[in-house]
Design a protein around this ligand. Sequence first.
Ligand code: FES
Length: 81
Amino acid sequence: MIVCVCHRISDHAIRQCARQGMAFDDLQLELGVATQCGKCESCARSVWQECSSVGPTAHIHMTQAHLEGCAWNTSQHLASV
Ligand code: FES
């Protein structure tokens, strides 16, 4: 499917670049996607994000209590039941 009509860029081309670890800005420089009329940007970003390893990630901050096992200590819960 053609995502960017202005530059005739397909979803396949965007996926290929995303799998290679290319950032969206790099994709724009390399392929020209979303650099003319801009109407394809949201679709192009969605396709890119599906395959990108650069996409958003969750960061979990472990406190000392978590590391010592207090957060997962079920014995206190079971003792009160
Ligand atoms: S459709 Fe992609 S820049 Fe116009």
